[in-house]
Design a protein around this ligand. Structure first.
Ligand SMILES: NC(=O)c1ccc[n+]([C@@H]2O[C@H](COP(=O)([O-])OP(=O)(O)OC[C@H]3O[C@@H](n4cnc5c(N)ncnc54)[C@H](O)[C@@H]3O)[C@@H](O)[C@H]2O)c1
Length: 405
């Protein structure tokens, strides 16, 4: 049996599962597919290539070159013998999703196929409504397709820790017990998102909770932290990189900071840099999703996982990138705070729970420092691409200026 994962203690299932990945061409989707295949599962994928197109729309590109899907599948087959079936299509079209579910009959569908950039959703009215429509419709299509064509299939849906916002109290995993006017109940923890993108995820969560309530579809709704990293065991083994975005619209904070250091640019935290968020490496994101797929919810259960390794302030990340870059190259790096394009608290309390995945066997496998050194060294091989993308890195998408005209 191929590739036992050394990082966590799950033995391979005797019965391989059939796992459908919506959004298989993306940053997380591609390495997840490689990992699940290596664990002996049968994998099929759907993607519309929206991210490739939308990243080009803002004049940017993946800092690490990626193969076409056709080439990815061919090269994987040549190197490992793994077969991967793929459908090109938009999950907001019900025909695509009904056909995929009917033909493949998955045990688990991992739903990653959404517009995933907060800044993109804040460019203006067109991008805001496109994000809300496509994300919400795709998720509702999936719930209906499973109910009609393959009841019992587990929906493993990627939401975001950003759904909760930054409340001044601890954040539980999805639900909390409330006492109000002498009565008690367990209720969904309030969501307070900070962009149209994040609100689309809140609406998805509500819609999935409802679909579970009426049709008993088993659902895992993952509140995932920000993911960083260029590599996983399988990306390296099969020389099959995943995309890596570094521009102001598509690049997440730590990935952008690493690109700035490699491109001899200042590392630019937004505002005071006290914003604190949960983060996890790409390898650990894949580990968590694999555990969630292989250890599904009970029949009819809706469960919420908070998924991150550790929480850091943006300043802590900037300092760690600076120190790592200086250690690696002997050259100085500089931190320069810039005007915050977002509307958010820049210093606040932040203490989310992260217990359920650990109880299922998840153990963080890569330290922040080790991973940053790996990102810096992978990116330095593509310095000339980063130099060409320099104009796309500084913030231009300001929440306050988002407009319909
Ligand atoms: N990367 C992170 O830090 C992070 C953090 C929290 C949550 N998430 C969530 O995880 C999921 C995957 O994120 P990612 O970083 O891999 O993003 P990504 O944009 O790289 O991948 C998403 C993939 O889905 C495809 N897609 C988008 N809309 C589609 C549609 N309507 N029909 C078919 N395909 C579609 C895109 O082409 C892309 O290949 C997203 O839902 C995102 O919101 C990501």
């Amino acid at each position: 049996m191929p590739g036992q994962n050394k990082h966590y203690n799950l033995s391979l299932h005797n019965d391989a599962m059939r796992i459908l990945i919506l959004g298989i061409d993306g940053y997380i989707g591609w390495p997840l597919a490689l990992h699940l295949l290596e664990r002996g599962h049968e994998v099929s994928g759907v993607d519309s290539f929206y991210t490739r197109k939308r990243v080009r729309e803002v004049g940017s590109d993946s800092a690490i070159p990626i193969m076409s899907m056709e080439r990815r599948i061919e090269s994987l087959k040549e190197m490992s013998g793994h077969k991967l079936s793929f459908i090109r299509g938009d999950v907001s079209n019900p025909r695509i999703i009904y056909d995929a579910i009917k033909e493949f009959k998955p045990d688990c569908t991992v739903h990653l196929a959404e517009q995933r950039s907060a800044p993109y959703s804040m460019i203006g009215l067109k991008q805001a409504t496109e994000t809300l429509q496509k994300n919400m419709i795709g998720t509702v299509n999936l719930a209906y397709a499973i109910k009609d064509m393959n009841p019992g299939c587990h929906i493993l849906k990627l939401g975001t820790m950003g759904e909760y916002g930054t409340p001044n109290i601890d954040i539980p995993e999805g639900f909390f017990e409330v006492e109000y006017r002498g009565r008690k109940d367990t209720l969904p923890f309030p969501r307070n998102a900070g962009s149209w993108y994040h609100w689309s995820k809140v609406h998805d969560s509500n819609n999935l909770m409802f679909a579970n309530n009426v049709w008993k579809i088993p659902v895992t709704d993952v509140m995932q932290g920000v993911v960083y990293g260029t590599s996983t065991e399988e990306i390296d083994r099969f020389s099959s990189p995943t995309r890596f975005d570094i521009d102001e619209v598509w690049g997440t904070a730590l990935n952008r900071f690493c690109a700035q250091a490699v491109g001899d640019m200042p590392i630019t935290p937004y505002g005071k840099g006290g914003q604190t968020r949960g983060f996890l490496s790409l390898t650990d994101s894949i580990q968590c999703l694999t555990i969630a797929a292989e250890k599904p919810p009970e029949k009819g259960e809706y469960r919420v996982f908070n998924q991150f390794d550790e929480y850091y302030s943006v300043n802590q990340l900037a300092e760690t990138v600076k120190n790592s870059y200086e250690h690696l190259t002997g050259k100085p790096a500089r931190i320069e705070h810039v005007e915050n394009p977002r509307i958010e608290k820049e210093a606040h309390y932040y203490r989310p729970d992260m217990i359920k995945l650990r109880n299922l066997g998840y153990r963080p496998s890569r330290s922040l420092e080790t991973e940053i050194l790996k990102i810096l060294s992978d990116l330095s091989k593509h310095k000339s691409r980063i130099d060409k993308l320099k104009n796309c890195i500084m913030p231009k998408t300001f929440w306050a200026k988002s407009s319909g005209i």
